[in-house]
Structures are given as C-alpha cells and as structure tokens.
Design a binder for this molecule. Structure first.
Ligand code: 2HA
Ligand code: ZN
Length: 270
C-alpha cells in the first residue's frame, strides 16, 4: 500500500475527514448536484517541516489576486469538476493540498495527486486572506447550492438588506441562536469571478453566511462542520416557510418581541 501524506498526521487527517463528512451531507441534502459547491480549509497549523520540504506536483498557478496575508499558508481544497459525493468517499482523490507561493499570487499543488482546485478559488482564498489580516480564527469556507434558500433568492423582495434574515430567524428560535449574524446578500455575479470574491468579502464583515443571488450560499466558520451547521439551520427555516406557504397561508413568524427576547437571553449580537 502506498503511503499517504495523512499517515502519521492524525490532526491533519481529522481535518480533511471533516471535509469528507460535510461533503457527504451536502450530497445527501441534494445541495451538491454534479460538481456543485466547493470547500476550502486553512490547514497551515498542521503543516510540519517534512511537508514544507515536499516538492510541488504542479507548476505555480496564478490565483488572479495577490493575497499578502496568505504567505506560507496551506489549504485543502475540493478539486474543480469533482463531485462532493466522491470527495465524501475519497478526499485525497477529489481534492488536494496546496500552498501559496512567496509572491502571494500563485499556488502550487503539493499533495496527494495533481487535482486542480475549485473554480471558486479566488473567492475562497480572498476570504481566508481577509481572516488572517483581521485576526479572525476562522479556517473553513463552504460554498453550496441549498435548494430552498436559492429559491428564496429569486425574488427582489427577499434581497433587500436583512429581510430574509429576519424572516428566517422568525421561523424557529434555533435559527437566530445558531446563525446569530444572519444571512447577508451578494447580488448576482459571474461564478468564479473576482467581482464575486470582492462582494463576498465585503458582506462577510457582517455575516457568517452570505447568499449568492440565484446561485448558492457561502458560509464560513472556525471549522467546516460549524460552517455547514449555519447553512443547515437557515435552510431548515426556509423549508418551514415553504411548508406553511404550501399549506396555503403566510406564516406569522415569531414576533419582534419574541426575537428580541432571544437576543437578550442568549446574548446574541443582533
Ligand atoms: O464548483 O458550485 O460555483 C462548482 C460551483 C461553482
Ligand atoms: Zn456554485
């Protein structure tokens, strides 16, 4: 059996298998058709000298951006055109470990196979750069296509600031407790574009989950499971809303006094 870079590195292995676990959930939920969605995790803290001395498997590839705070940083990334359902089974065949080169404008694939990273790499890396710059201890970003939330982004009335956040929070108390910063909105931009990356960073100053209009969500957190959980609670609320609508009525939602009471009781930021 050939040795894996994960052998003898239990912490790194655990982090990458968390991604595999979440990839399986995304597929099971129907949020990851074909190659839909992507995940990146900053794994720099698990990199040792032996890893640092490994040769690159690829020539340096331009990111399209210069990200000065990512000098010396390493990431695990889902591969472009790879399926979440395949990554769930075999994370090192459907994703790869990359390092940012010293010019902060390129990456090299280091392990385990020359799997080219996700098409949304500019957004993911720009967001990680922003976290390092601001000293935010978030390591994971997850982009996925949750059916109910994407459906709700197809009408202008839900795209005005905090309208959708307040509606989703009002469907069940847990949503405000477990997604306390709410859902930001990023107007439609071309997938994979720098414009999408910039708009995402701007919105993540105030939110941990942002809606990419008519496309999907981008969620961040200390680890990949926490990022996933925030999307899961928001989508649960969206489903409750749609169930009520399909029974023929507009749900009342919790009152603003009840939501305020939640914020005070749980010391929530909004
Ligand atoms: O990786 O979801 O937005 C496939 C996508 C691009
Ligand atoms: Zn997408």
């Amino acid at each position: 059996m050939t040795l894996s870079i994960l052998d003898g590195r239990p912490e790194l292995k655990r982090k990458i298998y968390e991604v595999a676990e979440v990839a399986g959930y995304l597929w099971q939920k129907g949020w990851a058709e074909r190659n839909g969605g992507n995940i990146t995790v900053n794994i720099t803290e698990y990199v040792d000298d032996a890893m640092r001395s490994l040769p690159a498997l690829s020539a340096p590839v331009a990111i399209g951006l210069t990200l000065p705070h990512l000098k010396g940083n390493w990431f695990y990334c889902k591969g472009t055109n790879r399926r979440m359902r395949d990554l769930a089974r075999a994370p090192m065949d459907n994703g790869s470990i990359i390092r940012i080169t010293d010019d902060c404008a390129h990456y090299e694939i280091v392990a385990e196979k020359p799997v080219k990273p996700t098409s949304e790499l500019p957004s993911h890396l720009a967001v990680h750069n922003d976290f390092v710059e601001r000293g935010v201890d978030y390591k994971a970003s997850v982009h996925t296509h949750p059916i109910e939330l994407v459906a709700m982004s197809h009408t202008d009335k839900f795209l005005k600031k905090d309208v959708l956040s307040n509606l989703l929070w009002s469907m069940i108390p847990e949503t405000k407790a477990f997604c306390p910063r709410g859902l930001g909105i990023v107007p439609y931009r071309l997938p994979g574009s720098l414009a999408l990356a910039e708009a995402t960073i701007a919105e993540l100053q105030d939110y941990d989950v942002v809606m990419w209009e008519k496309h999907g969500v981008f969620a961040v957190g200390p680890d990949v499971l926490e990022a996933f959980d925030q999307v899961d609670v928001l989508d649960k609320s969206a489903r409750i809303y749609m169930c009520a609508r399909s029974m023929g009525f507009e749900p009342d939602g919790m009152t603003s006094a009840q939501m305020k009471e939640m914020s005070v009781a749980f010391n929530l930021p909004k």
